[in-house]
Structures are given as structure tokens and as C-alpha cells.
Design a protein around this ligand. Sequence first.
Ligand code: URA
Length: 440
Amino acid sequence: MRAYDLIAKKRDGGTMTRAELEFLIGGYVDGSIPDYQMAAWMMAVYLRGMTPQEVAELTDVMAHSGDMVDLSPIQGIKVDKHSTGGVGDKTTLVITPIVAACGVKIAKMSGRGLGHTGGTVDKMESVPGTRTALEQEEFFAQVNKIGISVIGQSGHLAVADKKMYALRDVTATVGCIPLIASSIMSKKLAAGSDAILLDVTTGNGAFMKTVPESIELAQMMVDIGTRNGRHVAALITDMDTPLGHNIGNSLEVAESMEILKGRGPADLKEVCLQLAANMLVLAGKGTLEECRAMAQAVIDDGTAFATCKAMFAAQGGDVRVLDDYSLFAQPEASYDLLAEQEGYIWSNDTEKIGNASVLLGAGRITKEDTLDMAAGITLHKKAGDYVKPGDVLCTFYGKAEKFAAAEAMYRSGLVFSTEKPEEKPLVYARVTTDGVEMLA
Ligand code: URA
């Protein structure tokens, strides 16, 4: 077999066999196939697409290019979730304790912030002392004992994806649905859970900017998972506006705890309840209505918050901060950003809000950057709100010398109007093996 022939086959619209995919991916990982041939093949995929069977096999081959986590030492059904990313998207911190409190095991690997979007592992590390790198034995033992552990993703998962993603990034092949779907799902298959709920975000702060392309990605990922023996469903959720009010690591932990305590912003609560209910359905706990009621019940009786505390405590975290947020590391300074004109906020570009928060120190500009765990933004006015000059739009937290650049970034995404914009749904659709159910 020669890589040249496989590139030509895909260029001409052919379908790869499993053996050909194994040759290509295996050769790329061991270095016998160079970057330029892999790049040419991925561009051919970009232009020609893949059949459902072909993309499912590609994903499985990519998953097997690194460690396949065997979660069988953990009793019961294990459910994972994945978000395609967002700003203020702290749902993992809320829904995993809810689901665990309902008796479903969570043995989850999460990521760090990427670009303008935040990551669960960074947020968890804002709770002083929290360890997010556990040996497998300790990880399994914790899940068996308290039902939940969330840790950082092992560097040996889906090794092919890491190399392919870096190459896609510089060869204009990132925005290709079969390559995105196989990239995400290879890591999810390797992480070992029986069921996976996908939160496919859509809008100006998300990877996918429109609902139809988000649905297409979701359908492909559900199909890949199902063909590889997992229970998978997806929700298409809005990311035209950040979720909740807080953006930044400790700020987002605090807001998540508010939801677990039965308080907090209504939009975040609603999305979390829908995601948690769908995870419980995938675990076979009942109908959607029953599962939503279960999720609400563990918030109301305090067991979801207690489960979250138990997880942080088991991982070395100082859980006093979860009760008293003033014990978090505090920002050096804060700054209120004031409205300069009157009108409705027509739009407030979510990617720019995310980038402003990165500029404040909540995310990394270079790989080596250390995070300011207290940095971030609290939104007081969101898209659709009416403001007058002098009203506080948001508050920045962090080092004072960073406020000017963040302000310029934030203001560049604001558009005002005399008209009130139409309210966006929080959840657009649910995608399962049965098809697409439009919810808005
Ligand atoms: N996230 C991933 O893990 N892979 C992609 O290709 C896009 C988003």
C-alpha cells in the first residue's frame, strides 16, 4: 500500500477501507507518512467527504492510536459529556455532580481552555489544592467510592488526533465536519464511557456558527458513537450569548455552585437541567420528564452540591471556598465598564467577550502563560437588555494594567439598536439515533 494511492483515491471520491485507514493513520503516527501526504489526504477528505461507515472506522482507528481507557473496574454505567466549547460554559461543573448524585457513575476526562473558550480542568484548579492528574487506580477508586471524578485528559489518548489537529490548524482543514466529528469522538471513544452526551454549541461564540451545521455535526457524532457501540445523543445549545453571568475560572466555579445550591442564573440552570436529564436518559434512568425531575430533586435536597464537594475534597481541594467564595484568591483590581450610549444591546459578540477575558488573564495567550484564577468578567447587561449612558455593562477582574486592552476588545463586539432583538432559544434541537427533534 502507498499513501500516494490513498490520496489519489480520496481525491477522486473513493471510499477508504478499514485496512487503508489503519495504514494511513498508523503510518502518520509512526512517522513513516509525512505531514505533506497527510495534509493532502485531509484536504481530499475536506473536498470529497466521507461515508458514515468510513468516518466511523476512521474515528475508531484514531481512538486506537493511543491508550483505550478500560473503565470496567468501575461498577455500573458510566456516562460522559462533551461540549464543543463556549464562553461562560461551566455546565460540566454543574451537571456531573447532579448526574452522580442520581446514581450514575462519572469517570470523566476534561480539557483546558482553548482559544477564547474556557476549560473545566482550569476552572477546577481555581479551587486551591485541587489535583486534576490522578493515577488510574486512584481515579477508579474515587469513582467507585463517591460516584464521580473529573480529571485532566491523559496525553496518550487518541495520539493521532493530536498530530492531525495541529496539521489541520495550518492547512485550512479545521472546518470540515467529518474531521471535526472524528477528532472529538476519537477522544470520547478512547475515554471509555458507555454513554456520551454531546453539547454542540452554536452561534458567534462557538465552533459551529449556524444551527443547520451544528445539527449536521451532531448527527455525524451520534452515528459514529452508535456504530462503535456507545449510547450517544446531542443537544444543540445557544452560544450567541455567554451562559450565566460569570466568565473566568473561580468566577465560574462560584456561579456553578450557586446552581447546585438552587440559586443562580435562569439560563444556566435551564441548560444544565436539560443536559443532566439527557445524560440520565442515556444511562437508562427513565423518561426525559422523570430524569429532569430527578435532576431537580438532587439540587433541592442538597445531594448534588454535597457530591460536588465530596469530589473536590477527594481530589485535595479546599472545599471551604465552595461555601464562602471570598476565600478564593481575590483579584488585584476590578473595573466597571460603563455604557456610553442608550439603547438595546443588539449583539455582544461572544467570541470577543471570551477574548477579553483571556486578555484579563483568565485564559492563555501562549502555551506557557500561567492563569490568573481570579481574573474574568461579570456581565451585568446581556444582549437584549436596554441600557442608558453610565449603566454598568460588566465588571472586569484582574490586574489593572490589563483593563484597557480588554475594554477595547469587549467594546468592539457591542452593537446597540433602538429595536429589541428577538430572544434566542437556549436549546435548539435534540439529536438521537431516532433523528432530530427541533425544540425551538
Ligand atoms: N474540537 C476537537 O477536539 N476537534 C476538532 O476538530 C474541533 C473541536
